[in-house]
Design a protein around this ligand. Structure first.
Ligand code: HEC
Ligand code: HEC
Ligand code: HEC
Ligand code: HEC
Ligand code: HEC
Length: 397
């Protein structure tokens, strides 16, 4: 239905461009010089608007969470719009909006996070569409306008107030990482917390920010883990796997489609076409021990880390267990009358138990747990980095 509607709008739009205007005839003027031949709009339209280009990609795209997801509705807020709405994303690119967090000039006790979309970009947020990543489309109606991509510039990380960047060798991955990056932890003043203290003063009681149900790095940790940048790096020995340099997000997530994955579905689950290419793998599959060993190892270490964090609660978990999949997604099990009314800690129904004091290292451990769990690749994105991050975190407290 949606496709039929699009074709109809396409035809009527093309009609407006192609139809000649006929008004009442005036007196004949002198003949002008012949102009240059124009491009035939209909012909350039067809270079994209045909079944193998726009239609094929559009059908793939209908399987993408970018298209079906509802998170873009968060794009009505200027702090969410840079990653959740079409307009907000293009706005921060156009303005080269810095990821810095700075003192508020009108109130020096407060801080401002500069990484927001301008208010004019906000009304009725659009979901991520072809025009979000291919922002040159329909500028001159030429067939080459799928490229350049909206951005491939290094990504100044909002989690780190711009102090760290993600910059992939395959720069198209920077497009994805611009949104698929973690978000900052801030104090009530709005100031960025000093993550380095989590490492340098591990046993000190954590007091850099308050802790509530949702405290954390948000959901888009994939770019940071794949690049091997931005974890709370306890200890040493960090390295990146081959994937960081050799693979791009699209080599795995936009591989030749198979089943309901690949291409512009951005879905990689069960599609090994991107793995089994020249100079990469030859027989990768869901049962390859290379894959299952990595994913089992990361899942085991994540479970160990969750158990160690939860033990701080002395009989009651620190992290909230998801009732649907029985896993810890990195939320704190803290009561919040609006968004987590059955949370345990601080819940008046359970006698308002005080949330246990965490040390700096323990708080850092929770951030690393979130970074790896929410990355969801179970090590595939960057096994060497993810493994080291988990190992060093497990011994840090
Ligand atoms: C470089 C490729 C390209 C060219 C050339 C091109 N289009 Fe498009 N057009 C697209 C894409 C991609 C979409 C989005 C399709 C989707 O969302 O499913 C689109 C969408 C549209 C839509 C739907 C409304 C919208 O903006 O989403 C209309 C109407 C349209 N094009 C008309 C035209 C006309 C008329 C021409 C020729 C003058 C043309 N296009 C040339 C790629 C192109
Ligand atoms: C404009 C920001 C933005 C860009 C650019 C972007 N994404 Fe996303 N992506 C999102 C958001 C937001 C979601 C979640 C959508 C929802 O739930 O409504 C998402 C969802 C996804 C998902 C599904 C995740 C899941 O939980 O199932 C995959 C896979 C994905 N993106 C991969 C990519 C890749 C690969 C690229 C680069 C080619 C990319 N994204 C570029 C913002 C972006
Ligand atoms: C730096 C980019 C970025 C910013 C800023 C951002 N998000 Fe997101 N958010 C993402 C990405 C990427 C995903 C998708 C992760 C996935 O599906 O794997 C996401 C997912 C979500 C989801 C879906 C979570 C789920 O899986 O159920 C919600 C809800 C959400 N964000 C809310 C917000 C709100 C509210 C704000 C502003 C206060 C915000 N986001 C700001 C990048 C961002
Ligand atoms: C989340 C970002 C994203 C969205 C949304 C997106 N694309 Fe793409 N698209 C890409 C990336 C990345 C590539 C690979 C570019 C490269 O090879 O450098 C690509 C490649 C393409 C190509 C091949 C271009 C070439 O010249 O090699 C076409 C055609 C295309 N996309 C069409 C579409 C259409 C149609 C839509 C909407 C239905 C769409 N894209 C939505 C990211 C996106
Ligand atoms: C070497 C292949 C590979 C590369 C490179 C890669 N991914 Fe992934 N990604 C995976 C696999 C495999 C999964 C786990 C999918 C599953 O099991 O459902 C995954 C999971 C994800 C998810 C969560 C999807 C879900 O279903 O929950 C997102 C989002 C994502 N990757 C984004 C990215 C981004 C952004 C990049 C580039 C910065 C990237 N990936 C690079 C293979 C890759």
């Amino acid at each position: 239905m949606k496709i039929i509607f699009k074709l109809l709008t396409l035809l009527s739009f093309a009609g407006i461009i192609l139809a000649s205007c006929e008004g009442p005839a005036g007196p004949a003027g002198a003949d002008g010089k012949d102009g240059k031949d124009g491009t035939d709009a209909n012909e350039t339209c067809k270079l994209c608007h045909n079944s193998s280009v726009v239609l094929t990609k559009a059908i793939e795209y209908e399987h993408s969470l970018h298209f079906t997801g509802e998170a873009f509705e968060e794009g009505t807020r200027n702090s969410c719009a840079p990653c959740h709405s079409h307009q907000g994303f293009l706005d921060v690119i156009k303005n080269n909006t810095p990821a810095t967090i700075v003192v508020n000039p009108s109130d020096p006790t407060k801080y401002i996070n500069n990484y927001v979309a301008t208010a004019s970009a906000l009304p009725l947020p659009g979901s991520i569409s072809c025009f979000t990543c291919h922002s040159s489309l329909h500028k001159n109606f030429e067939s080459t306008e799928f490229l350049p991509l909206a951005t491939t510039a290094p990504v100044s990380m909002t989690m780190w107030g711009g102090a760290k960047s993600i910059n992939f060798e395959n720069t198209s991955s920077n497009l994805c990482a611009k949104c698929h990056q973690p978000r900052p932890i801030t104090a009530s003043s709005g100031a960025l917390i000093n993550y380095s203290k989590l490492i340098s003063e591990p046993a000190v009681a954590y007091n850099l920010s308050s802790i509530s149900y949702r405290t954390g790095v948000h959901y888009g940790t994939h770019g940071a883990m794949a690049a091997g940048v931005g974890g709370i790096e306890f200890g040493s020995g960090y390295e990146n796997s081959e994937h960081t340099e050799e693979a791009s997000c699209n080599s795995c997530h936009m591989a030749t489609p198979s089943g309901l994955a690949g291409g512009h579905s951005f879905n990689v689950a069960g599609n090994f076409a991107g793995c089994n290419t020249t100079d990469c793998h030859s027989s990768m599959s869901a049962t390859s021990s290379l894959l299952t060993n990595v994913q089992t190892d990361v899942a085991t270490k994540l479970n160990e880390l969750a158990a160690k964090i939860n033990a701080i609660g002395n009989g009651h978990d620190i992290l909230e267990k998801d009732p649907e999949d029985g896993q810890y997604h990195g939320y704190f099990d803290i009561y919040d009358s609006g968004s987590n009314s059955d949370g345990y800690w601080k819940n008046p129904d359970f006698g308002t138990p005080a949330f246990p004091a965490l040390t700096n290292a323990q708080f850092g451990a929770v951030l690393n747990y979130q970074l790896v769990f929410r990355d969801a690749s179970k090590g595939v994105h960057n096994y060497k980095y993810i493994k080291k991050l988990l190992e060093n975190t497990l011994t840090a407290f």
